[in-house]
Design a protein around this ligand. Structure first.
Ligand code: NAI
Length: 259
């Protein structure tokens, strides 16, 4: 029975991933700000170095140092309390956990890591932004400072998702030889509390509500979780370093010629 740790397990995509992986026979270790009664779970704040280390230590304890899967769903959207937090959770909360759990994943059976990115990673502002470069340089203090000075939550979000996607692909190249697959799932608009908060937001709500995928609707969290569950199975044994858009055609609509 594979053991898989899932961050952001208490809500939205993470909760749907836990339910589907459990059904597929995985033992789940959930990680979120609060513990969950449904499965083994860890309360940790992934926005801080101490919280991340606490999560890593407890996953080692609860998995006996052997992890077959890691799914990083925890994240904040444009309604986060401040822009620095977006960077801290969406980038450093992911990269620290994936790196910190490397030894446990190496002990796992055909281990697989999935990071939840976003279609927003491909926005023009994201890639060259100094905030994204600071993240990829592992300079948390600078990235957070730039995000808080800028106060443009959509840019902090896009930059954090660009950086975490790029980092995941670089990590896939490094880790492939050690038998650990690493992939990114990039959703479009998914009906979760995060997305509802964005739709209700005074600053971003109208743009979010008007950005509709070619397929004509938003997705449910279960439609993202089923792709994650596939990636965590042996049926996906040669998918490595990929970004899977699960977005109803949003990426195709924005950049049909980039693939
Ligand atoms: P959600 O708000 O339903 O769930 C996010 C979870 O992350 C929550 O349980 C929350 O407590 C946890 N979390 C946030 N900050 C944390 C922290 N400091 N420490 C520990 N846990 C923390 O959101 P949703 O929509 O399920 O988002 C999951 C991922 O999917 C995020 O990375 C988000 O950026 C991404 N995504 C979501 C989209 C959407 O339309 N809902 C679209 C594209 C990507």
């Amino acid at each position: 029975m594979p053991t898989t740790a899932v961050t952001g397990s208490a809500s939205g995509i993470g909760a749907a991933v836990c339910a589907q992986l459990e059904k597929a026979g995985h033992t789940i270790i959930g990680i979120d700000r609060k513990t969950d009664d449904n499965f083994t779970s860890i309360a940790a704040d992934l926005s801080t170095a101490e919280g991340r280390q606490n999560a890593i230590d407890l996953v080692y304890q609860q998995s006996n140092g052997v992890l077959d899967g890691l799914v990083c769903c925890a994240g904040l959207g444009v309604t986060a309390p401040n822009c620095g937090l977006i960077v801290e959770v969406n980038y450093f909360g992911v990269t620290s956990l994936v790196t910190g759990l490397y030894d446990a994943l190496r002990q796992g059976e055909q281990a697989s890591v999935v990071v939840i990115g976003s279609v927003a990673a491909n926005q023009q502002v994201a890639a060259p932004h100094p905030m994204a470069l600071a993240m990829l340089d592992s300079d948390e203090a600078l990235a957070t400072k730039l995000a808080n000075e800028d106060q443009q939550a959509h840019i902090a979000y896009a930059a954090s998702k660009f950086a975490v996607t790029s980092w995941s692909r670089q990590t896939a190249v490094k880790w492939g030889g050690n038998g650990i697959r690493v992939n990114v799932v990039a959703p479009g608009a998914v009906e979760t509390p995060l997305h509802q908060a964005s739709k209700d937001d005074a600053r971003y709500g109208e743009a979010v509500r008007n950005f509709v995928a070619p397929i004509g609707r938003n997705s449910e969290a279960e439609e993202i979780a089923s792709v994650v569950t596939f990636l965590q199975s042996n049926q996906a044994s040669f998918i490595h370093g990929s970004v899977l858009f699960v977005d109803g055609g949003m990426d195709a609509m924005m950049r049909a010629n980039s693939f």
